[in-house]
Design a protein around this ligand. Sequence first.
Ligand code: S3P
Length: 173
Amino acid sequence: MQNIILIGFMGTGKTTVGRALASQLGMTQVDMDEAIVQREGRTIAEIFSDAGEAYFRDVESEVLLELVNREKLVITTGGGAVLREANRAIMLQKGLVIALDATEEEIVNRVKNDPDRPLLAGDPRERVRILKQERSGLYQFAPIQIDTTKKSLAHILEEIQAQMVTIKPSWEN
Ligand code: S3P
């Protein structure tokens, strides 16, 4: 069985949904940011401040490549994992890609107090607005698109399952 890869802007619910989806489908959830932190032995914020974003993106691409070559994983990506065309291509090739989205307001409420999101440092509301604009369209390559705004986890899982049924034959084997 192919992997499932969850993409989406920060705060759209990838980790929470990924965990629940994995347990529902008997798969294993692996979070790319957690894998990066483990590998580097420092937080995301530290990697950004010590080594810079370009270095973080290189590690992110390497971790993605390693994970997609395993099986039966629900891979939850960081919001910027879609920035590189090569990453988007490998995701499509190696898994069923599901994009989560939410309104700016909901995203800000979910992420505003998290000190480990360096790209939102300063004014999170403004940063979310700018980054969302810069990245508009970058999550559209996923065949499954889910808006998580004001929806319960159960509702989101139902929507994902319903959409998966329609495309299942193309990814199951
Ligand atoms: C990032 C999103 C973060 C993390 C890093 C960069 C981004 O992951 O990878 O701070 O560029 O959108 P989450 O989407 O899990 O917050």
